[in-house]
Ligand binder design. Structure first.
Ligand SMILES: O=C(O)CCC(=O)C(=O)O
Ligand SMILES: [Fe+2]
Length: 251
């Protein structure tokens, strides 16, 4: 695993293949099988059925975030970055590590992330994001599209498309002339990216659920552009409020 710092700084992301050992991916799949068995009485039902009720979705999503195998994978990657001296290369001194599990249901568009930068938990100027597919990702299985070099534009103010939107988006016109990539990767690969690179979800048009682990790695260093941090936190607060309001209306 060779971290090409120049490429990372130029393009805003790096892709690595076959990083997470198979045994961890298998463990994850076994756990998911157990969850399905426990919650789905009928064999022909799938995650979609469970997720279809909004009240279920929230509880289920929260519990799935902390699957034991997800923790194990995150710890494995943290140790690997330490061993390969990636933290050192990037100048991390005191690390805060947050992890999440992205679950993308076939044909779901409501929960996709529109064109955005990762400004919703952005508390440090030294911030690295990991996107680690644990199931196949592609234009068929759903994926992420990333705009090469767009982190160099710096913070871009996102706007709500209409009154009903709960996720403000970046105007795609600002990316005219930028090349982009939709990741086609096998489970166990990694995308390491700058949180300010513009990216979006790609719809899952297969009949399989897409699972991806997300990691937020931030240095606990408060020095930086306070005005910008306040702005990002304000945008994040407004988005949370809109989401809560929506949640209540539906239930
Ligand atoms: O996987 C996705 O659908 C989007 C992921 C994303 O926006 C992120 O990891 O920051
Ligand atoms: Fe994101």
């Amino acid at each position: 695993m060779k971290f090409n710092l120049k490429k990372f700084n130029d393009e805003g992301y790096l892709v690595f293949h076959n990083i997470i050992p198979k045994k961890y991916i298998n463990k994850f799949n076994q756990e998911i099988k157990k969850v399905k068995k426990l919650n789905l009485k009928s064999k022909n039902k799938n995650f979609e059925t469970l997720f279809s009720k909004n009240s279920n979705r929230k509880r289920f999503y929260i519990l799935l975030q902390d699957l034991k195998s997800v923790r194990k994978i995150v710890n494995y990657l943290d140790d690997l970055f330490e061993k390969k001296k990636i933290y050192k290369l990037l100048g991390f001194k005191a690390i805060s590590l947050f992890n999440s599990l992205i679950i993308s249901i076939p044909n779901d568009v409501k929960n996709m992330n529109p064109l955005h930068q990762d400004i919703y938990a952005h508390y440090s100027k030294k911030y690295l994001k990991i996107w680690a597919p644990i199931s196949k990702v592609s234009k068929k299985y759903g994926s992420m599209q990333m705009f090469k070099g767009s982190h160099k534009l710096g913070f871009i103010e996102p706007k709500y498309k209409n009154k009903k939107s709960t996720y403000p988006e970046i105007d795609k016109r600002i990316l005219a002339g930028y090349n982009s990539e939709v990741f086609k990767l096998n489970p166990g690969s990694l995308v390491i990216f700058n949180p300010l690179i513009t990216h979006k979800s790609i719809k899952n048009v297969s009949n399989k659920v897409r699972f991806t682990i997300g990691m937020d790695i931030q240095d606990i260093d408060l020095v930086g552009d306070n005005k910008l941090f306040n702005k990002m936190m304000r945008i994040s607060q407004i988005r949370s409020k809109k989401r809560k309001k929506n949640y209540k209306i539906k239930n």
